[in-house]
Design a protein. Structure first.
Length: 294
């Protein structure tokens, strides 16, 4: 029982960040019909901003570390939104619903932004001091207080996104455009404006995931690449463009990592995930909860 509880706790703490990151990627595809391979760079920027600001804020403000973290998180999201606005208006606005053009643009953007990040932040790995200390037991599973805080924030942000999509006019417009762009435009929805808002929400989800992961790992300019691969695995399994699919896929990938990482190692877990992706691409390429594009 204790082992099962620990594996489930591990799944939740890993999967909550995966879900947040994958949600942004799948939302952008659903609304704009582009695959943003530079999604990981917004993740990296947020992680780096948090890692740089935390050592500065702690002595300067004299506040509890968790308050410093929330301030750094807000600054990180601000930086991501600025970068997201620039990349959209300069580049991605011209490639709406253009998979080939957006692919070329986003790959070039990866190389450009990684170079910029190295120049600004250097390639030195940046750890973050623990925000809170202590360990908590949940149904026999153990989790550090810091990881529990990160999980709680990730679940909160995911729930907020769900409520925005389900309960607000913007959310309904985003879902309408994702479902049928032409019909949505006939109802008076301005596609380009909605695409811009969808893009900003998507990259902010990547930024939130990066900011939340910063205290749990060592940040460096290429950190987003590994998480981008996991995000693609998640949305292939769950269904590209499907919000419930991204949530299910993120938790499934985290469960595979947790179980196989415990009994074997993470290399075996990665192999299992790629085998699963190949099976889905052959048998159900639209994923579990996606739909066939017509």
């Amino acid at each position: 029982m204790d082992l099962a509880a620990q594996l489930l706790v591990n799944t939740l703490q890993i999967g909550s960040v995966y879900v947040l990151f994958a949600l942004g990627l799948t939302l952008i595809f659903g609304v704009m019909k582009i695959v943003n391979f530079a999604h990981g760079e917004f993740f990296s920027l947020a992680a780096l901003v948090v890692a740089v600001l935390m050592p500065v804020l702690a002595p300067a403000l004299g506040l509890p570390l968790w308050v410093d973290f929330l301030i750094a998180l807000a600054a990180a999201i601000g930086a991501v939104l600025v970068l997201g606005t620039l990349t959209y208006w300069i580049g991605f606005e011209r490639y709406l619903r253009d998979l080939v053009g957006s692919f070329i643009l986003s790959v070039g953007l990866i190389l450009f932004l990684q170079g910029v990040f190295v120049e600004i932040f250097t390639a030195t790995p940046r750890p973050v001091e623990p925000i809170v200390t202590g360990t908590i037991s949940i149904f026999g599973g153990r989790i550090t207080a810091q990881r529990l805080l990160i999980v709680a924030l990730a679940i909160t942000f995911t729930a907020m996104l769900y409520l925005v999509l389900q309960r607000t006019k913007l959310g309904k417009a985003l879902r309408a455009v994702a479902e049928d762009r032409e019909a949505a435009m006939l109802q008076g929805i301005r596609y380009r404006s909605i695409s811009f808002y969808g893009w900003l929400i998507g990259v902010s989800m990547a930024g939130l995931a990066g900011a939340l992961i910063a205290p749990l790992t060592v940040s460096q300019p290429a950190i987003g690449g590994d998480y981008l691969i996991k995000a693609f695995i998640i949305i292939i399994i769950g269904g590209l463009g499907s919000i419930p699919g991204a949530i299910f896929g993120g938790l499934l990938v985290a469960l595979i990592e947790s179980i196989f990482g415990y009994y074997y190692d993470l290399t075996i877990a990665t192999i299992i995930m790629f085998v699963l992706v190949m099976v889905f691409l052959l048998v159900r390429p639209q994923g579990l909860m996606g739909h066939v594009e017509r």
